[in-house]
Design a binder for this molecule. Structure first.
Ligand SMILES: *Cc1c(COP(=O)(O)O)cnc(C)c1O
Length: 472
């Protein structure tokens, strides 16, 4: 530890770089403007044999790496869904990195396990999820959904497939809508159900799952000898933030004894607003629920909050107990390695603690309400502008629309809108991505970045309009 003084000096320099980064973040092109291989070409083919100066490493970071980054913390980031950080979250991540702890079981870091337990209880209180449920932090919603489907499978079979493997006679079916996230299909494949056994139900006009179609497909599957296993409902689809009708899906799940998993990766954060709690009416009937504080709750990736009704089923599915992990505290505490797939776990509860305390629930609510207000503003601009057409309802923070000048036929619109998106992104001043809605190419305007304020949204909309006018 004799170079602690050097570490102090370098750490202070890194903090200065962090501050300058946030100060100047709007000077960088939001979307990285590099071609494939450009960064690779700047990096030596072989690792250094001898120690290099931190000065040099930091200079290269600025010169070679930063220009190849897309700036997710830019207030002009309107693409995908956000992957937010915030200042308190960054501070906690610095401490987590410093501790470098493996938080796999209670004994390997009791405070990490108990803070995680309390933070999951806080999130339950903040979101209105059932008070009797329990939560655990997973790396991503993708992992949480896989964990949900595996638990559903094991509970259904009396934990037999974990023991014996598939007999070959199982014909499990999992249901979701055509708008469901790709991670559901991935989970179905990994769980061994087979991609063809993910049944995609029709959506209604607002792009939410049609419960009558769900019921019909389950009935049809039963007649054909399949075993309906689980339904995945989405609150806030990735394309348009459509909200599946939880109460009706829950009633169907109950009728057929299906596991009901809710994917609320983005929209779960909105549950901290009482006016959005209607989204989880019927949640008591569900079995599991995931949302990502690393999306819209200002907490660095990775931090996915996974909640279950039946903790025992989860643990029964994943626990494994080699001699070297046996501890005398087992049974009195949460050993989170039994609550999911990886053994090793980062200390992720700390950043949630910092974020929730630092903003307070009211502060978090105010930020979300502002994003939602700005999304309604964009939606109004689109609706009032004869050049543009909105392509889906806006229940949350994402507006989907396209440029549609009069006199253009349908085939011209997709390439025109792709050109508009490309031109705006090339400016470096804002970053948007696209989707396809009922076959139509749509630009997505997502408002949810930590630092986005009204003037950023107005400027971005003006840029879209000006660019559109230059293209038609
Ligand atoms: C972002 C998203 C996911 C995937 O989230 P990860 O945490 O990256 O796995 C899943 N479902 C929905 C609806 C999403 O928006």
């Amino acid at each position: 530890m004799n170079d602690l003084e050097t570490f102090r000096e370098q750490a202070h320099r890194v903090v200065e770089m962090m501050v300058e980064y946030f100060r100047n973040i709007e000077d960088f092109p939001v979307k990285a403007q590099v071609r494939p291989g450009e960064i690779l070409d700047r990096l030596p083919h072989f690792p250094p044999e001898k120690s290099e100066e931190m000065d040099q490493i930091l200079r290269d970071y600025g010169k070679k790496i930063l220009p190849g980054m897309t700036h997710w913390q830019s207030p002009n980031f309107f693409a995908y869904f956000p992957a937010n950080s915030s200042f308190p979250s960054v501070l906690a991540e610095m401490l987590t990195a410093t501790l470098g702890a493996q938080c796999m079981i209670w004994e390997t870091s009791p405070a990490a396990a108990e803070l995680e337990e309390r933070m999951m209880q806080w999130l339950i209180r903040m979101t209105g999820l059932p008070a009797s449920w329990e939560g655990v932090i997973q790396d991503t919603a993708s992992t949480a959904t896989l964990v949900a489907l595996l638990t559903a499978r094991e509970k259904k079979t009396g934990y037999r497939i974990n023991e014996e493997g598939y007999s070959g006679n199982e014909k499990f079916r999992v249901y979701a809508s055509t708008e469901t996230h790709s991670s559901i299909e991935k989970a179905v494949r990994i769980a061994g159900f087979g991609r063809k056994n993910l049944v995609k139900c029709l959506v209604r006009d607002d792009l939410s799952l049609d419960p009558s179609d769900l019921r019909q497909r389950i009935e049809a599957d039963l007649r054909r000898g399949y075993t309906p296993l689980a339904v995945v409902g989405t609150l806030g689809t990735t394309s348009t933030t459509a909200i599946d009708p939880l109460e009706e899906i829950a009633a169907i799940s109950r009728d057929y004894g299906l596991w009901l998993h809710i994917d609320a990766a983005l929209a779960g954060s909105a549950l901290i607003l009482p006016e959005y709690r209607w989204m989880i009416r019927g949640i008591e009937e569900a079995d599991s629920f995931v949302f990502n504080p690393h999306k819209w709750l200002f907490t660095n990736f990775d931090c996915s909050a996974y909640f279950v009704k039946d903790k025992e089923a989860l643990i029964h599915t994943f626990e494994i107990l080699p001699e070297y992990l046996k501890t005398p505290t087992r049974g009195q505490v949460n050993d989170y390695r039994d609550w999911g797939i990886p053994l090793g776990r980062r200390f992720r509860a700390l950043k949630l603690w910092f974020v929730i305390r630092s903003f307070g629930v009211e502060g978090l609510q105010a930020m979300l309400r502002e994003h939602l207000r700005l999304a309604r503003w964009v939606s109004d601009q689109v609706d009032q502008d004869p050049l543009f057409e909105r392509l889906a309802p806006v229940p949350l923070n994402t507006v989907t629309f396209r440029l549609r000048p009069s006199g253009r036929n349908e085939e011209e619109l997709d390439p025109l809108n792709a050109a508009l998106l490309e031109a705006v992104n090339r400016s470096g001043k804002a970053y948007f991505t696209h989707t396809r809605i009922k076959g139509k190419y749509a630009i997505r305007f997502m408002i949810g970045q930590t630092h986005t304020r009204e003037h950023h949204v107005i400027a971005a909309w003006e840029r879209i309009r000006r660019t559109a006018l230059s293209l038609i």
